[in-house]
Design a binder for this molecule. Structure first.
Ligand SMILES: [Mg+2]
Length: 349
């Protein structure tokens, strides 16, 4: 009995030592997360930036055609005042293919005086359609900015979504120098942003009330998932400023189908006067890349005009709330959405 039980053990050890042991076909790849060695800050002022609070880094999603060159961009800042990290080393990493989990290390570059860094990916690198994550890692503290390159075939069908007031019930709008938080017909001054840094209390209040776990319109998540299940790529274009990037991505990942996300680059673009141009230009660029929008969802007058001016069909523009059915001057009327469950009942899918 004793000898017989030893035999299989001996065989396995021999096989392993001889290098003949084979992994089963269903092996799970071990994903190695990209990292850099932590090094001292290069800029003596960086300690001050880091002392203002948690990282509020952001990366910019990009949509390209297969094989196109692409610029990866990140913005690096800390704390509720979005204090820029200037002249510090960051290294960019890019996923090798949409399905896998292996990463290529790209360049190491310095952030500029605005806390921004870019790395070029030459043409021919990203050929297979799909989503490629990229990541910038800050050498001084190993904090990260993450975003995605979306490689799409020309003619890719998509559906456009605004976030605040459209997917969520609350709208976040910048008026003058202040962020105004609107629920229904009531609005309150939330916090000051432009030229007047937020206090930590204001910042936390804003995150808690507006961004962190906003209440969604009934059926909003189901609506986006229904479009995605029919093969449409959801694209999220929001007037939220970049410093809400990480928290917005977490919320989208938790509740909504994956799709490119575009936030404004600064306070000026977030203003009502700037957000029309920002959204119009973003949509126009996406159309130029070959995205074909089947429908667009919004809630604000800025959505009505941005979508129309970008060439989207107002009769396929669905506006929830009191502005439903209104038109941008010179364009046809939009569709009014009373509620998403009602709207979905009229959808062909
Ligand atoms: Mg909105």
């Amino acid at each position: 009995m004793r000898m017989r039980s030893l035999t299989p053990t001996l065989f396995l050890v021999t096989a392993a030592c001889g290098g003949a042991l084979r992994l089963p076909e269903s092996k799970v790849p071990v994903c190695v997360e990209p990292s850099v060695a932590r090094t001292a800050w290069q800029n003596p002022l960086s300690h001050l930036a880091v002392a203002t609070g948690e990282p509020v880094h952001s990366g910019e999603d990009v949509v390209i055609q297969p094989g196109a060159a692409v610029t990866l961009a990140g913005k690096f800042a800390y704390g509720p005042t979005s204090k820029d990290l200037e002249y510090e080393a960051v290294t960019a990493f890019l996923e090798d293919d949409p399905a896998g989990c292996s990463w290529s290390r790209l360049d190491t570059v310095l952030t500029d005086s605005d806390g921004r860094a870019t790395v070029q990916v030459p043409g021919g690198a990203l050929t297979a359609p799909g989503m490629y994550q990229f990541r910038f890692v800050v050498h001084g503290d190993q904090s990260e900015a993450t975003a995605r390159v979306w490689v799409v075939e020309p003619g890719t069908k998509a559906v456009l979504f605004d976030i605040d007031g459209t997917l969520t019930r609350a709208d976040l709008e910048l008026v003058g120098d202040a962020v105004v938080f609107t629920v229904g017909s009531s609005s309150e001054l939330l916090f000051e942003l432009a030229g007047s840094p937020l206090s930590r209390t204001q910042w936390m209040f804003g995150l808690e009330r507006v961004v962190n776990e906003p209440q969604a319109h009934e059926g909003a998540f189901e609506l986006a998932h229904r479009w995605a299940s029919q093969g449409y790529l959801p694209i999220y274009v929001t007037g939220r400023p970049y410093l809400f990037d990480a928290i917005t991505r977490r919320w989208l990942d938790e509740h909504l189908p994956a799709g490119p996300l575009f936030l404004t680059h600064g306070v000026e673009e977030s203003m009502p006067s700037g957000v029309v141009a920002y959204k119009r230009d973003t949509i126009t660029h996406l159309s130029a890349v070959g995205i074909e929008f089947e429908a667009a969802y919004g809630n604000a007058a800025t959505d009505v005009c941005a979508y129309a001016e970008a060439g989207l069909d107002p009769s396929a523009t669905y506006i929830i709330g009191e502005l439903g059915g209104t038109a941008c001057p010179g364009y046809g009327p939009t569709q009014a959405v009373e509620s998403y469950p009602e709207h979905m009942a009229s959808m062909p899918y």
